[in-house]
Design a protein around this ligand. Structure first.
Ligand code: ZN
Length: 534
C-alpha cells in the first residue's frame, strides 16, 4: 500500500534529527560564497547563451565547460555513450555520490537579442536559447564549487558528479547515459532547469513520456511527367501515413500528444521521390501506452507502404523519455532551502522588460514572479492530462531524483520560442541562476551531512515509487544516439554565430558586448528598432 509507506516516510522525516548548528553554518557560508561568485555565474550564463548550439552539436559549450571544470579540479571523462559532446565530471571520493545535471542545447530558429522586448534575431534563422538551457550548468557548477570548498576544508567524504543534458530538445541522450551506467554508483541526482519561479515538486510530473521515431520509405524514381507510372513515390507513403494518423488520433486517449515533421519530402517535383521520411514524437503517460502508440504508428506506416507499393524501412528511434517521477524526501528538504533563499530582488528595469514582452505577446503583464511557488504535492492520476517531456524521466526511474527550477525566465511565454531567449543573458537570468545555485549548494550540503536523508530517499524510491512500476528502457538494444542530427544546420550558421561569441576578457556582460540598452522596448512607432544586426 503506497499510502502506508508514504505515511511511514512522513513519520521518519518528522523524527529525523534536525539540522545541526554546523550544517546551518555551512549553508550560510555556501550562500555567501555563491553570492560572491555572481560574476563567475553571469559569465557562464552569457558564454553559453552566445554559443547557442543545437542538440548533439554542443561542441563549443562542452569544450568550455570541460576546461572550466578541469581548471577547478574535476576529473572529466568525455565522449560518454559514444556521444561526442557528452561528458561526466567528478570530484571528491567516497559516499554519498551526488550527481548534478542540466541541459545545454537550444532551439532551432530562436536566435534573439537578449534584453529586447520584441522579436529581434541576432542572426536571422539561427538557433538560439529559446528554452533557457544556457543557465543550468552555471547553477550546478557555482553550487558545486561552493560546496567543494567546504568539503576540502572540513574533509567531508563524498563525491560530486556533474554532467550535461545533451540534446534534451531531442530527448536524445539520458536513456543512453542510464544504459552506459553513468548513474550506477550515484546516490541522489539533482537536476536543474530554468523556470519563472524558484520551485521543486515530487511525484509524477504533469507531462508525458515519449518515443521519437523516424519512419522512412523507399520508393522508385521516375520522370514525374514523362513516365510517372514507372515511379513509386515514397512521399505518397509519408502523406498517407500522416493522413492515417490524423484520422486515427480522434480515437486516442486525451492524454496523448503526437506531432511530426517531414525531414525528407523528396528533392524536386519532376523526380518521383525515391526516398522520404517522417519524424514523429509519440507521447503518452506511461511506458505501456507509449509502446501501444508506437505499435499503432508502425501499423499505419506499413499500411501506407502497402497502398503505395513502397517499402517501409526499419523505424529508427531518435530519442525517448520516461515520464518523470521526483523524490519526495529530497524535494521536501530542497523546499526548506528554497524558502530560506527566496526569489531574487528584481530591479525596475527587470520588471519593465518582463511587462513589455508580456504586452507584446498579448498575455497579462504580471511581470516577474514576486511570490514563491508552494511545494506542489504529487498529482493524482486524474490530474495528469499530458504535455511536454524531458528525458530526466529516465534518470528519475533509476536513482532518486529531483528537479530544481530556478527563476531565470519571464512568466507567460510560449516556450521553445525566441521570446523565451530574451531574459536569458540579462540580469534576470543572472540573478535567477545565483538564487538557484544557493538552493543547490544548501541541498547538496543537506545530503552530505544528513545521511538519513539519502536512506529515506531510497526508501521512497524502492517502496513507493518503483513498488509496482519497473523501468524498462524505450530505446532498444540496437538503438544508438542520433549524433548526426542538427549537424548541417549548425554548420550553416556557426561561422556567423562565431563572430558574436561572448568575450568576457573584454566585456563585463554580453549585453555590453552587443551594445544593447537594458531594457529595450518596442519603439513608439511600433517598430522593433533593435532588429538590426549589431
Ligand atoms: Zn528544457
Amino acid at each position: 500500500m503506497p499510502s502506508l509507506n508514504t505515511l511511514l516516510l512522513v513519520v521518519q522525516a518528522a523524527t529525523s534529527p534536525a539540522q545541526s548548528p554546523q550544517l546551518a553554518a555551512f549553508k550560510q557560508e555556501a550562500v555567501r560564497d555563491v553570492a560572491s561568485r555572481a560574476q563567475f555565474t553571469q559569465q557562464m550564463v552569457d558564454q553559453i547563451f552566445s554559443y547557442a548550439e543545437l542538440g548533439f552539436q554542443e561542441t563549443e559549450t562542452s569544450r568550455y565547460l570541460v576546461d572550466l571544470l578541469r581548471k577547478n579540479g574535476f576529473t572529466v571523462r568525455e565522449g560518454i555513450a559514444g556521444i561526442p559532446t557528452a561528458w561526466v565530471a567528478t570530484w571528491g571520493s567516497g559516499k554519498p555520490v551526488i550527481s548534478l545535471g542540466s541541459d545545454i542545447d537550444d532551439i532551432p530558429q530562436a536566435s534573439q537579442k537578449p534584453g529586447v522586448a520584441c522579436h529581434a534575431p541576432l542572426i536571422e534563422g539561427a538557433p538560439g536559447h529559446g528554452e533557457g538551457h544556457n543557465s543550468g550548468q552555471a547553477v550546478n557548477i557555482t553550487a558545486a564549487l561552493a560546496v567543494k570548498k567546504i568539503m576540502e576544508r572540513e574533509h567531508l567524504p563524498g563525491t560530486l558528479q556533474i554532467w550535461p543534458g545533451v540534446a534534451e530538445e531531442l530527448v536524445g541522450t539520458k536513456a543512453y547515459f542510464v544504459r552506459e551506467g553513468v548513474f550506477k554508483d550515484v546516490d541522489i541526482v539533482i537536476f536543474s532547469h530554468v523556470d519563472d519561479n524558484l520551485a521543486t515538486s515530487w511525484g509524477d510530473v504533469a507531462g508525458n513520456g515519449l518515443v521519437s521515431v523516424l519512419f522512412s520509405f523507399q520508393g522508385r524514381s521516375a520522370h514525374a511527367a514523362g513516365a510517372p507510372w514507372r515511379g513509386r513515390s515514397a512521399l505518397d507513403a509519408v502523406e498517407l501515413m500522416d493522413i492515417g494518423w490524423n484520422f486515427r488520433r480522434e480515437h486516442l486517449r486525451l492524454q496523448q500528444r503526437s506531432h511530426y515533421v517531414i525531414p525528407d519530402g523528396g528533392d524536386q517535383p519532376n523526380v518521383v521521390p525515391p526516398t522520404a521520411s517522417v519524424w514523429y514524437y509519440l507521447r503518452e503517460l506511461d511506458y505501456q501506452h507509449i509502446q501501444e502508440m508506437f505499435a499503432l504508428a508502425d501499423t499505419i506506416a506499413h499500411a501506407a507502404a502497402m497502398m503505395t507499393s513502397t517499402t517501409l524501412l526499419p523505424p529508427r528511434i531518435l530519442g525517448s523519455a520516461w515520464p518523470g517521477h521526483f523524490n519526495r524526501v529530497v524535494a521536501e528538504a530542497m523546499y526548506q532551502n528554497i524558502k530560506q533563499v527566496g526569489l531574487p530582488e528584481w530591479s525596475e528595469a527587470d520588471q519593465r522588460l518582463a511587462k513589455a514582452l508580456q504586452r507584446d505577446l498579448g498575455v497579462p503583464d504580471s511581470g516577474l514572479a514576486i511570490k514563491l511557488d508552494t511545494l506542489r504535492p504529487a498529482l493524482k492520476p486524474n490530474e495528469r492530462t499530458g504535455g511536454g517531456s524531458d528525458d530526466i524521466g529516465d534518470v528519475s526511474w533509476n536513482v532518486p531524483t529531483v528537479t530544481l527550477r530556478f527563476p531565470s525566465n519571464i512568466p507567460g511565454l510560449p516556450g521553445h520560442n525566441w521570446a523565451n531567449a530574451i531574459s536569458m543573458a540579462t540580469p534576470i537570468a543572472h540573478k535567477g541562476a545565483t538564487a538557484g545555485a544557493k538552493v543547490m549548494a544548501m541541498t547538496v550540503l543537506d545530503l552530505l551531512m544528513r545521511p538519513e536523508l539519502v536512506t529515506q530517499a531510497w526508501d521512497y524510491f524502492r517502496n513507493v515509487q518503483t513498488k509496482d512500476i519497473k523501468y524498462q528502457a524505450l530505446i532498444r538494444p540496437q538503438d544508438r544516439p542520433a549524433i548526426e542530427l542538427n549537424r548541417d544546420v549548425m554548420a550553416r550558421y556557426r561561422p556567423a554565430m562565431r563572430a558574436l561569441y561572448y568575450n568576457p576578457a573584454k566585456y563585463r556582460t554580453y549585453l555590453e558586448q552587443l551594445g544593447i540598452t537594458y531594457p529595450t522596448e518596442r519603439a513608439a512607432d511600433g517598430s522593433c528598432a533593435a532588429a538590426a544586426t549589431p
